[in-house]
Design a protein around this ligand. Structure first.
Ligand code: AGP
Length: 614
């Protein structure tokens, strides 16, 4: 999705806006622009990265330099291709109003027709531009209105999702912002204020933030801010203290955020467990759901809703919750769940999983589940995100800011939270305290085992070199590791643009085997568990059709070495924790193949870190 920033204070706004946009570029990066207010409004925007915008600005003779308030935008195109004229900010025909927008205006076509009939001309193909002309049409017909009032009235005509910032020379020295569906945060500085889609651009300036909720708007000046609903009701907002530091959103010497986040996992995995687990005596506690534990334990069933990588974590959660807690579980794509009119009531528990906590489909699934009376439990990484604030209760994954678009450390953190949840629910029900301490001990050994797997980086790089030119790839796993096969395939797809599919290994014979030939690499997760013999037969089936095999296997497994072209040996562990180990080589393999192909792994094409529109 798009990234939005704003600043009003006493310092030059341009460098602050550009710095903020760079921190948000993982949200969208096909064009960028800024608008500053200095009595009149000055706009500078173009197709391409924020870095390119900065260079163009320095080369231009634009007089934006000394303005001390402004707004900025980095775009992820939904309506209108990436181009100079479709980049934001959009302005009114006389240039006196500038607006940036994150989201989708669903009734933009009708509004466009109406505004055209009033004589408004459109400079872009975007849905967003209708907003600035709508504000202009209302304000021009009632010049005595304040900018806040004009924006409020305009929003009453809008269907869809938006996070907007508006400035104008007609009502200078203030920024009007509003949100519905798309996130917005206000950073409270000393005589200066910051606005952004998330806290990443704000933390280097202040740790005090206010999260706007859906249907709220704010007016921000140098003296302060006030929040009201779009319905004009005043709102008192609580101030949140950010719990992360600037260096956590820096690359820390790694070439890419994705690689840094892969290598952070031994630490982030411990962070997930901190204060929740005592391995030695089987103590496990999840404070965020304690008040609802009985209701969760007595649930008729648990429905897990999520998207993308979080959905894969949900699938592993199904295996864990059914095995440990013996509660029936089903896992749904949030985008399907929200439209299939699911049978739900107060006897059901819905778990929504989201790294960003802003994914539109997951948010809608949450709201639908609440409407139907189910208890909604959240598993989120971003503190203060919309999903975290709207669930009944939940657990943070504490993986720290995840900047790389391809999720890695958040995935393993989600799986650990689901593991702990399964053990908490199994207490005095299906597992003894002793069993629980055994499973906690297994979990406790995972970070160190992951550190050993990360040492295989060079070997995995060498394997990657042999598959750089692949056009397709198949990932196969069984049991707990079937979802890991799906996750491995997703990682390769999203950052290297190689077509890849994950399957339960036994499912291969029912179709995918037709794809196998000497050009089809097949990645096997060959766990030395009850299914090992079956996996070896599957490897034989691939070999007999000249498929090339990469196997992630346990140290000491000589049989697989006989069959596979490449074997990545990793430490063994109890089946329920193996996804946390097996996914690491798959993350690294996709990373190396993608970088060797020259792909920008932190900014994969067509993708965005949090998908805040449908
Ligand atoms: C994963 O690498 C992708 N970035 C994507 O599939 C992501 O998992 C999905 O958009 C869900 O995001 P969320 O966890 O923030 O809700």
């Amino acid at each position: 999705m798009c990234g939005i920033v704003g600043y009003i204070g006493s310092r030059p706004a341009v460098p602050i806006l550009l710095g903020g946009l760079k921190r948000l570029e993982y949200r969208g990066y096909d064009s960028a622009g800024i608008a500053v207010g200095n009595g009149s409004v000055g706009v500078f925007k173009q197709k391409g990265s924020v870095g390119a915008l900065e260079v163009a600005l320095q080369a231009s003779s634009s007089m934006l330099g000394d303005a001390t308030m402004g707004i900025g935008h980095t775009r992820w195109a939904t309506h209108g291709d990436p181009s100079d004229r479709n980049s934001h900010p959009h302005t009114s025909m006389d240039g006196s109003i500038a607006l940036i927008h994150n989201g989708i205006i669903e009734n933009y076509s009708a509004l466009r027709t109406e505004l055209r009939s009033q004589g408004f001309e459109f400079a872009s193909d975007t849905d967003s531009e209708v907003l600035v002309h709508l504000i202009d049409s209302i304000w021009s017909s009632c010049p005595e209105l304040s900018m806040e009032e004009a924006v409020r009235k305009a929003l009453h005509h809008v269907d869809g999702a938006y996070g907007i910032c508006v400035i104008s020379g007609r009502d200078p020295q203030r920024i009007v912002v509003a949100r519905k569906g798309s996130p917005l945060v206000i950073g409270l500085g000393d005589g200066e204020f910051f606005i952004a889609s998330d806290a990443a651009p704000i933390v280097e300036h202040t740790k005090k933030v206010v999260y706007l909720s859906d249907g709220e708007m704010a007016v921000v000046t140098r003296d302060g801010y006030h929040v009201k609903t779009v319905g004009n009701e005043a709102r008192e907002k609580s101030v949140t203290e950010l719990d992360f530091d600037l260096e956590e959103i820096e690359k820390g010497g790694f070439e890419h955020f994705m690689l840094k986040e892969i290598f952070e996992q031994p630490v982030t995995m411990q962070e997930v467990m901190r204060g929740r687990v005592r391995h030695e005596d089987g103590f496990v506690r999840l404070g965020g759901i304690e008040d609802y534990l009985d209701r969760i334990r007595d649930a008729r069933r648990i429905v897990i809703c999520a998207c993308g990588t979080s959905w894969h974590a949900g699938l592993i959660g199904e295996y864990l919750l059914e095995e440990f807690a013996r509660i029936p579980v089903e896992v749904d794509y949030a985008s399907e769940f929200r439209y299939r009119n699911p049978i739900l009531d107060e006897h059901d528990v819905v778990i929504v999983i989201s790294q960003s906590g802003e994914t539109a489909d997951t948010l809608a699934a949450l709201r639908l589940a609440k409407e139907k009376g189910a208890l909604v439990v959240g598993i989120c990484n971003v503190v203060g995100s919309t999903i975290a604030r709207e669930t009944h209760c939940g657990m943070y994954t504490h993986a720290g800011p995840e900047i790389g678009v391809a999720s890695t450390k958040a995935f393993t953190a989600q799986v650990i939270v689901l593991y702990l949840l399964s053990l908490v629910l199994s207490k005095d029900r299906s597992l003894s305290r002793h069993d629980i301490s055994l499973y906690l001990r297994e979990l406790g050994e995972v970070p160190e085992k992951v550190s050993r797997i990360l040492e295989l980086n060079d070997q995995i790089l060498e394997i990657a070199r042999e598959y750089v030119d692949s056009r397709n790839c198949l990932y196969l796993g069984r049991g707990y590791n079937f979802p890991v096969a799906l996750e491995g395939a997703l990682k390769l797809k999203e950052i290297s643009y190689i077509h890849a599919e994950g399957y339960p290994a036994a499912e291969m014979k029912h179709g995918p085997i037709a794809l196998i030939d000497e050009d089809m690499p097949v990645v096997f997760i060959a766990q030395q568990d009850a299914t090992h013999g079956k996996i070896l037969s599957n490897v034989e089936e691939v070999r007999s059709r000249k498929g090339r095999v990469i196997a992630v296997a346990n140290e000491g497994d000589e049989e697989i070495a006989r069959l596979a072209d490449h074997v990545i040996y990793i430490p063994s562990a109890a089946a329920p924790v193996t996804p946390l180990l097996n996914v690491i080589p798959l993350q690294m393999l996709s990373y190396h193949i993608a970088t060797l192909r020259g792909c920008n792994v932190d900014r994969p094409r067509n993708l965005a870190k949090s998908v805040t529109v449908e």
